[in-house]
Design a protein. Structure first.
Length: 454
């Protein structure tokens, strides 16, 4: 294994034997292998990838896609049916709530037991125990049996141990979804610190924004197969398209995603500005808003339609003129048409503004709850949707999404959605003092005084 890599997975497969009845397991033992009393379930099939030291990689996929099984095989808690996993560095894993905890032991005893499993001596654990206890924030429960803990207390203690053993490789399953918001923020702050120290991080999450914000790369799993890997923004878009696909089109979308992943294409989150003749150029900065016909998104991703289609997304000024080079501080309208070829109920519309990297900055929906949604839209209807928004963004390039939510002969879902539907720029500002992405109208003030003590 190359010393530059922390994790290497080669042609990994994992098969489970599924028995319909308890007695079938006994019959299998007595059959001598002549007859199968079980069904084979392949949780993983021929999965391969490598992760470099210092990388943060997110794994996403629908329920049952094999994500957790993959992490367990990498950690060594499951044995693969075939293939090979190699790791280079001390691994700390947080897979399932209380995994590795003895329910009859106290929290203190479990800390020492888990730390020993992770390679710490008693003296090293003694030196770190106060920090572990302080991070977990479970008070006097530290000396109570773990079986008396709530799920939140258990994950606090498990995470506190995992991140205090100075891991070179940190592996985290969806366990961080447990706990209140303050604890989740505390966990992610510590993960960011571990990342900054040069450790390798591999984690499963259903939160697309978390993967985009934290990860250098992402992997899409589905039904035990690795469908694609690439930039977080691109992979999250493919994952969401698959997640909200109609049942009868999942197979086709899955095949398309897999084919795209095997093309020799260098993925980029940067927008492409297309001009006639194939040349590339940047829009010339101007102080006033304008429309640049050469500036448009080349990364539009459409969800499968449930009989509803979003058309003609664009930005206009208050006079109704199309614009895509905006002036900070002014109000604009994001507009699109929605065509219904089927009847739909509980209909809502939405928008979202994102950075080039795909981080969601903010948006809106047309209803705060189902009761405020449009009760029914007739087949054949066309609705013009407009969202007014104030451009408080600092100079840069941004994307807009468009979405329609509702029910059309089945449960509520995205009836149609466009990711990166529009691309726009916020023009440079003379004498700009605002920093970051959003202009919060911060005003500096100075007060001079003389310290009479001198």
């Amino acid at each position: 294994m190359c010393s530059d890599f922390a994790i290497s997975v080669e042609n990994l497969s994992k098969c489970f034997n599924v028995y319909d009845k308890p007695r079938d397991r006994l019959l299998q033992m007595l059959s001598g292998g002549g007859k199968k009393f079980y069904r084979e379930f392949w949780a993983l099939r021929d999965v391969s990838f490598s992760i470099k030291k210092g990388e943060t990689v997110g794994i996403v996929g629908r329920n049952g896609s094999g994500k957790s099984t993959l992490l367990q095989v990498i950690c060594g808690t499951l044995t693969p049916s075939s293939g090979e996993v190699r790791t280079n560095g001390r691994i700390a894993a947080l897979l399932e709530l209380g995994s590795g905890f003895n329910p009859d032991f106290s929290g203190r005893e479990n800390v020492y037991m888990n730390a020993a499993v992770l390679g710490l001596s008693k003296e090293e654990t003694d030196a770190r125990f106060a920090e572990i206890e302080a991070f977990a924030e479970i008070g006097n429960f530290i000396d109570q049996p773990v079986k008396t803990y709530s799920s939140g207390m258990m994950v606090r203690l498990a995470f506190a141990v995992a991140i205090n053993v100075d891991p070179q490789i940190l592996i985290v399953d969806e366990a961080l979804s447990v706990g209140d918001e303050l604890f989740q923020r505390k966990c992610f702050a510590r993960i960011e610190a571990i990342k900054s120290s040069g450790a390798t991080i591999l984690f499963v999450s259903h939160s697309g924004s978390t993967v985009i914000e934290l990860c250098d790369r992402a992997i899409l799993m589905d039904s035990g197969d690795k469908l694609a890997e690439g930039t977080p923004k691109t992979i999250i878009g493919k994952y969401q398209k698959l997640l909200y696909a109609p049942a009868d089109k999942v197979a086709a979308i899955r095949a398309a995603v897999s084919v795209d992943a095997h093309k020799d294409v260098v993925e980029s989150d940067s927008p492409i500005v297309v001009v006639e003749g194939g040349a590339h150029k940047q829009a010339t900065p101007e102080l006033e808003e304008f429309y640049d016909p050469n500036l448009h998104s080349q990364s539009v991703l459409s969800y499968e339609s449930h009989g509803v289609v979003i058309e003609s997304p664009r930005i206009v000024n208050l006079a109704g003129d199309p614009v895509n080079c905006l002036k900070r501080g002014k109000t604009y309208r994001y507009t699109y048409q929605v065509r219904f070829s089927v009847g739909a109920t509980a209909v809502q519309f939405g928008m979202m503004i994102k950075t080039l990297a795909g981080i969601e900055l903010g948006g809106a929906t047309s209803a705060t709850n189902q009761q405020d949604a449009i009760v029914h839209v007739e087949k054949g209807a066309v609705i013009q949707v407009e969202f007014a928004f104030q451009c408080n963004l600092n100079p840069g390039t941004y994307f807009l999404n468009a979405g329609v939510w509702g029910a059309a002969g089945q449960g509520e879902t995205y009836l149609h959605r466009l990711l990166d539907a529009c691309l726009f720029r916020v023009l440079p500002v003379t004498d700009q003092t605002a920093t970051g992405v959003v202009d919060f109208k911060c005003v500096p003030e100075f007060t001079f005084f003389i310290d009479k003590k001198d």
